[in-house]
Every structure is written in C-alpha cells, then in structure tokens.
Design a protein around this ligand. Sequence first.
Ligand code: GUN
Ligand code: ZN
Length: 450
Amino acid sequence: GLTAEGKVAFLQNLVGNRGDLCDETLQNASQTFGFDISVVQKLTATQFLLPGFVSHLWASLLLDNVLTCAPPNEQIDTHIHAPQYVFTGTGCDLPLLQWLEKYTFPREQAFSDPTYAQSAYQRAVTRTLRNGTTTAAYYATIHSEATKILATICAETGQRAFIGKVCMDRNSPSTYIESTEDSLKTTNEVADFISQLSTKGRVKPIITPRFAASCTSELMHGLANIAKKRDLPIQTHLSESHAEIEMVEKLHPECSSYTAVYADHGLLTNKTVLAHCVHLSPSERKLVYDANAGVAHCPNSNFSILSGVCNVRRLLQEGIKVGLGTDVAGGYSASMMDAMRQAVIASKVTFMNSRDASKDGRKPWQPLNLGEVLYLATLGGAKVLGVDGVVGNFEVGKEFDAVLVDLKPGDGRCVDVFGHDGIMDSIEKFVYNGDDRNIAKVWVGGRQVL
Ligand code: GUN
Ligand code: ZN
C-alpha cells in the first residue's frame, strides 16, 4: 500500500501532469481542482486518489491481482445526436453539407414514427451509458413526440441529459422541415413536458437551433427569447466546415462573421454550447470568450466528415471553456474514451503542423496530455454544460456520478495490465485501449444505473 505521504506525492505528480501546473503545491492544486484535501488522508492502504481524473475523476486501486480504478470516472458527452445513433459507423465518406443531405436528414426524418423512435433511442441511451457517459447533451429531431420519448427514456434509465428538440425552418428537405411558428411552439411544448418529468432536475430541455444555415432570423430570435424567458441553455453548431461557413456568410451579409450571426440573434450566452468551432477567426474566438460560451470539441467527427482540425490548445489558452463530444454519427463512435483518444490525436496533428510551419519563431502548439483529455471529458464538459456545481468531479457536496473501471490482468479483456504497470500506466491503457467491457458499473446521482 501507499503511505499518506506517498499518496500526496502521487497526487502532486499527477497534478503536475497538467503541464501548466507543475509547481503548484498540493493545497493550491486542491483549490484549483476543487477537491477536499482531507479525502487523501482517508484513503485505505490500497487506494489511490487520481487528480487527473480527480479533479476530473478519482480512482482506487485494489491490488490483490484485481486492478480496479474505482469511482468517479464520470464522462460527459457535450454533443451527441441521438437519432443518428442508428447509422453510427456508416456514411463517413462525405463532407458535412452533402453528408447531411444524403444520410442524416433522411435518417432523422424516420423519427416521425414514435415506435421506431422508442426502439432506436432506447438503444442509443443504453449504449452511451455502457460506455460510461453519465451526462449527455442530445440533439433529437424536429419531432416533438419522439423528443419526449428520448427524454422519458433518459428519465427512466437515469442518465443525466439535456434534450434538444431540433429546430430548422429553412434549407432543409421538404419532408423534414417545420414552420417557424411550429418550431417555436413545439420547443415550448417539449420544454414543458420535460420540466414536469420527475428526474430531480437531471433531465433538462436545451434550446436547439440546428445551425444558422437551417434557421431563419425570425426563428433564431424566437429561440433566443425562449431561452431567456425560461433560463435554458442553448446548443448549436458553429464553424465546422469551410463550405458551411461560406453558406452562412452568404445568408447573413449583415453580420460580421458566422459567430456574429449567433451573437446578433441573442444565441451566444454563457449557457451556449457550440459544437466544433474548428475554423474560428481571432475576433470570433473573442466573441465566444466574451460571451463565456463553451465549445464541444468533436475530433472524431472533424476527421470523419473532413471538417478540419480544431486547435484546442489555443481555445484553452485563450480561456474558452471546452468539453468533448462524440457527435454521433458525424463521429463513428459513441464512446468518450474514443473522444479522448481522438482529441489527443487532433492536438498532435496541430502540434506537428505548427512545428513544421513555425519558421516565424512562434512556439508550436503543445499536444494535450492524458490529464487534460480526462479533464475535458469530465469537469471541462460539466463547465460547458453549466453543471459543474453538481457534477464533473468528486468535490464534497456534488452528486455522485461515477464509473467503475475494471482492468483485470490477463483475463482476456481489451486492456492487459501487468505487474510493472503503475496506476498512470493503467489509466493510460484504459483511455487508449479500453471499451465498454472495462466499465463494470455506472452511477448517476448516487444511484447505480448500470
Ligand atoms: N451541422 C448541422 N447539423 C449537423 C449534424 O447533424 N451534425 C454535424 N456534425 N454538423 C451539423
Ligand atoms: Zn453535431
């Protein structure tokens, strides 16, 4: 086992892993990350506290040949399209606008059938829970009935969720579009329905203009009013692909940028979740920062549908809130472990490109490390969704959302650990090679949901 001093040293070591915090004392670190320092002293001889996850998750290690990284390791998917779960892993051969037209809109249209929606949404929620996603920000479809079904499934299974009825009243197929009036009306209706579900506030509505290209000015203004009146968060897509940016700029010559379109329509708030933000200009990033809006970084999707590589290091350095999303089915995986891996890869691509191109003497953009992607997948995501007062880490007083990670040496699961592996090696192996077979239990709000 580890002595108290050993645990503290271990903790410091992990905090140091965040790079920018190398010289922080443990006390400072505990303040920075918001965990109660006394818990370190309470650990048994066989338990570890992991700040990489702590502030972001926390783990214990049972050493009698069964290695268990124990709670919490909650994961927060800040951007996922529940109806697109049905074609996850297909259709990754087209860029965004063509991908929407050919695969996405027809598949989403099918959710006008509540029976189909019930079956598909049940599977989507079960899959994400199995992968350890304790909080998900979902885009549903334009259909109010199906959206209510998704909310009910989340309430019943116990997953913490933000449920967005998708709004789109222009540039959409004639069979998958709504009038401005209907869009606003059903948004209110679905919000009313979700608010009366008994979920202890764990399932909430989120205002969801799909993206500026598919929403008229009137709709965007109307949705901003609803968000303000009901004090609700907002989610939308921003600056994903070059063709999309051009389209939005053409639609709104009166606005100074794509980001300004949202700002000018009242949609850029401190509760707004902006998916992607791959190609933002400096002035656009300033708009996002000034509004204290958050970014859902979805690297798998950005690679899969050829959008580009988001420079997350720069967003973080500029003080913008960032979480991770799977963006199923733009992204081909519903796993947040995958999102972490792909975030590391995207940051390494950014690093290599900046290193190769940095003849101007600028420093290359440093890749994200393990602690940082764990942070993005937990507390970072909680901040983006405005639930960091409730979840995101194990700070005393927060609710217990957790995942029990089980890596059994030599038992044939996807991660193989050996005696020479330290806890960090084990966590790293889990992040890079783990899958739902390694997730033994899941809790949300203290209740075991899987
Ligand atoms: N932009 C507008 N709609 C979508 C969507 O469904 N997925 C992604 N990745 N981007 C979008
Ligand atoms: Zn998306």
